[in-house]
Each structure stands twice: as C-alpha cells, then as structure tokens.
Design a protein. Sequence first.
Length: 359
Amino acid sequence: MQRYWHRGSLLLRSALPDAQSVIDEPALLRLAGRDDVESRLIVREGLHYTLEQGPFALARFRRLPARDWTLLVQGLDHHVPAAARLLEHFRFVPQARLDDVMVSLAAPGGGVGPHVDSYDVFLLQGPGRRHWRYGPQKDLSLDPAQPLKILRHFSPRNDEILEPGDMLYLPPQVAHDGVAIDRCMTFSIGFRAPQAGEIARGFLEYLTDRIDLPGRFADPGRPSTRHAGQVPQDLLDWIQSTVQRVRWQPSDIARFATEYLSTPKPQVIFDRPEPELTRKAFLARVRRFGLRLDARSILLYQGGHICLNGTPVEATDTAHSRWLRQLADARHADAPPGTALDDWLHSSYRCGELLPGKA
C-alpha cells in the first residue's frame, strides 16, 4: 500500500491461481441475459468499436464472430459466491472504497481499446491469456468517433502477457489496453473514487432534512422603489447571512458518509429468502451457526454511526456496537450478545440483507 497504491503499477505473477474456477462461460452468458445484471457487448471491426447494452439473449452470442469481441458483466460478486470470496483477498483496502467485481469474457483479439480509469483496479487473469500494454502518459485526449472512451493516442511503456492467476494493479489515470490472446476471462476488482461535486451534492441533500433555522425576512420602513424588478440589496444581505448560519458538526459528516457510501447502486435488488424462516427458526439458526452479510450488502461504521445499505442501525450498547463493527469488518460473525438486536436481524433477513450461517 505504501509503495504502489495510487503511485505505480504492480504485476504479480501467480497471485490467485484459483481465479480459473470462479465462473464458467455458460453461467456467465446466462447472467448476461438477466435484466437485473448490468452487461455490455463490445465488438471491434478494424479500428472501429460498437457497443450494445444487455440483457442479451443466448442467440446473440451464437451470432458473434470467432474473434474481436468482449462481453463485460458488472457486479459478479453479487451473484456468484466464488466471485464474492475473491474480495476477501482485498480487505486491506476499506470496504467504503470497494466498487465491485467485473468480468470480461473475450474472444481472441477482443478488448475495449486503450483507455484510462479514474479509479484503482486489480486485473486478475482467469482462464486463457491476455496481452496487456500499459503506462502513464500525458495525452489523455479521446477519439470522438468511438462509442467508448478510447484514447486518441496510446504510448505504453510496459508490455506483458498475463497467464491464469496473474494479476496487474493499476492506479488511476494509467493508460492501458488488454487484448485477448486466447478465449479468456479477466476479473476487474475496482475501487470507487467519489467525485468532489458528487459528494458535495449528496451532503447538501442530506442537510435539507436537518436544517432548522428560525426567523423570517422583514423590512419595516422600506422606502418606495423605482426599480421593482431588481432584487433589493438588504434582501441579498439577509439571504447571505442566513446561508452562513448553516452549520454542521464532524458527527454530521460521519453519519452522512456511512449512509451515503453504504447505499447500494440503483440497479441492486435484494431477494427475499425462499422459503422464509420464521422468526424463531431464523434466530435459532443464527445462535447456532452465526450469520453473514448478503453479497450485495454494505455495512459501514464511523464513530458511533453504523449503516447497513444506507439505513442507520441503532446499537443499544457498547457490546452491540462492537459486534456490528466485527460483522462489518469480516462480513460474518457469531450470534450477537443478548436479544436486543433480534428484531433488526430478522427484519434485515426478511429483506435479503442478512443470511444465517457463514459463507
């Protein structure tokens, strides 16, 4: 982390050999046909790329050429337990920074063109081989003729072939281009980097429900005016002084951050358990086997603020707060002490956010 994170690229040979068995191709194609899974298909013809948005019928893949295409499927960790387990290797980075696992299935010659990402990414090679060229460059202008954000000029410094299990780390804004040598899969473990404007807008929206400023504008004794369409200066001054009265504390920032960063993406849908255990049966199983977060769930904490999927969780005492932190860190835990959290546990289970047992 101190030497490479956000500083320079790093190639790790034989980093995770088990990556070959995360998902097979038929299962991936079925995922790409679901409307709750984000997928894209990119086909290259000469120097031009075409982009299609999923979901895709299986017949679409049978019509593809023998080479020069790529299927991208987002959020693989939400649907494939083996992909979710991949993330256990990356818990040296805070959960609040994690985005998801994307998989790229590519025919020989397939790729998305030379580009840069605005976030850190680990490119883990699954079955097959991929040829990577990468390196920093100053010219990041894009080709306006392409439907993708493809660099107009590409001058890589590094040239490597990744074999199954190899992994390449790239910090933000490093230009790179990966082209399949064989029919292959590459898993991209991406880390979110919120934009300043996005955070500012989110925080201002958060404040709207919490601002309570007393007082109302008044202007007794105002003289008549010849410029009725002009906003008077004393009203402008009052507005400025009112806005400057808006205050927030570090605790407001912590609460906003845990709520905002734990909120799932709009396309994430939780599945209710089938069959659904009764409250008594569910709690009995939790006491015996513990519980775990659903792969789509995000549990974050900061100070005394704890949020599951954007909703604050009220810890009744220090022991419960400590237990929730353990669950957030490890994503699984033994049963909590006492029974004070039982209602919350069962409600979250019924929503599909928590599951009994350990992964």
